[in-house]
Design a binder for this molecule. Structure first.
Ligand code: PMP
Length: 414
């Protein structure tokens, strides 16, 4: 099994000059036990990466989503490099911005226009500003445990640096609880500007939850009735369920859709698309950033979207995920473990239900990782179109081996 002396040493160096060494979602903190995980990548190609200790991993986190057509995809990189040679961050916008907007408007049924930024949180925040300006109302409804970025209003109440006032205009309801949502709308309807939600629920350290039968159609109808702007945060799910946006997969129509992660295979860009009715409002809500016109990520996004569309990337990822997960569940069973899979196969959340404390599950993920299949226990995984049959077979061998190791540690307890 792998060890990580170089990662550990570099993390010590990082901790001297950076708050908490590595911040945010790349922090070692949720990787349990952290000594079983690498912290720094030396190089990556297709569905694999090498850490700075020289260990090789089949990657099931895909950079937490942005990698979708393989690390260093030659077609995406060629388009990016070609644009780079002509200019990236220039004083006026590059034509590729318009081409990308046209492409998104053609690709996504909800989209009558597109707007570009860098991070997912730029766009979810913008969507709420547009909803407020369109309605003249102040409140935003979201679902408890939903993640939309790091602005103070998006973070859970009680987080460091977040004030009660930041949540004054936020109303939280339980996912899939339509009656609760209706009650909130009954009480606050005239003050509610927008409702923001992911296409299905993806809390951390918990099972993913699909929408209940008819949930989205009821939510859509409720929003229409009360003039509430329906915002879909498709930052994580986008292009892993349907190339037209995840609302196509679930069969409903939002007003605004936020895209980011899979858009450009790792190049920094996010997009807001929306209905014609909100185009003029969007035009008057000022929003911009230093790098938001960078042309290289736009060229990468255009190439990546064309590539994904041509190969029907969501279908490939759903099928690959399904193949992997079905076999994993069977392997688990032979060792007496109940491996529960939730969410779509292209971005599944897994949990071993034999031990509700998650300790056994965390140990198993770590045992897989230190054998070369990078799994996290707290977050949904991601499949890419670059995961080959060889990758899947190698992963299943690792999974088998890791169950054997966990059985040795926990076996007599179950
Ligand atoms: N919404 C969802 C559903 C996400 O998964 C993320 C990122 N994990 C965001 C919003 C925020 O995106 P970013 O980190 O790029 O601001």
């Amino acid at each position: 099994t792998y060890s990580y002396p170089e990662s550990q040493a570099l993390f010590q160096r990082a901790s001297r000059v950076m708050p908490c060494g590595i911040y945010g979602h790349f922090s070692p903190a949720p990787l349990i036990p952290p000594e079983h995980y690498p912290f720094f990548t030396a190089k990556a190609k297709d569905a694999r990466f090498f850490d700075i200790d020289g260990n090789e991993f089949i990657d099931y986190m895909c950079g937490y989503g942005p990698m979708v057509t393989g690390y260093n995809n030659p077609e995406v990189d060629a388009a990016a490099l070609d644009q780079l040679k002509r200019g990236n961050c220039t004083t006026s916008a590059a034509p590729v911005m318009v081409e990308l907007a046209e492409y998104l408007v053609d690709l996504i049924p909800t989209a009558d226009w597109a707007f570009f930024a860098k991070n997912g949180g730029d766009i979810t925040n913008y969507a709420t500003m547009i909803a407020r300006d369109a309605t003249g109302r102040s409140k935003i409804v979201m679902f408890k445990g939903g993640y939309h970025g790091v602005a103070a209003w998006m973070q859970a109440p009680g987080h460091h640096g977040v004030m009660d006032q930041d949540h004054e205009n936020i109303l939280r309801v339980d996912w899939n609880d339509f009656a609760a949502l209706e009650a909130v709308v009954d009480r606050h309807g005239d003050d509610i500007a927008g409702l923001i939600a992911t296409p299905y629920h993806v809390p951390t350290f918990a099972d993913s939850e699909m929408p209940a039968e008819g949930f989205w159609n009821k939510v859509e109808a409720l929003c229409r009735k009360h003039g509430i702007v329906l915002i879909i945060d498709d930052i994580r799910h986008g292009f892993r369920l349907d190339m037209g946006g995840s609302c196509e997969y679930f069969g409903f129509k939002p007003d605004l859709i936020c895209f980011c992660k899979a858009l450009a295979n790792g190049y920094p860009i996010s997009a807001l698309v929306g209905s014609a009715a909100l185009k003029d409002v969007t035009a008057r809500v000022f929003y911009t950033g230093s790098y938001w016109f960078s042309a290289v990520p736009m060229a990468a996004a255009l190439a990546n979207l064309k590539l994904m569309k041509a190969m029907n990337a969501p279908r490939i990822m759903l099928e690959t995920g399904d193949k992997l997960l079905t076999a994993m569940v069977d392997i688990a069973k032979t060792y007496g473990f109940d491996l529960k899979v939730t969410g779509a196969p292209s971005m599944p959340y897994l949990r071993i239900t034999n031990d509700p404390s998650l300790m056994l599950h965390q140990q198993w993920c770590a045992e897989c990782t230190r054998r070369g299949a990078y799994f996290t226990s707290h977050h949904n995984w991601f499949v890419s179109t670059a995961h080959t049959d060889d990758d899947i077979q190698r992963t299943l061998d690792i999974v088998d081996d890791a169950f054997k190791a966990v059985k040795k540690i926990y076996g007599d307890r179950f």
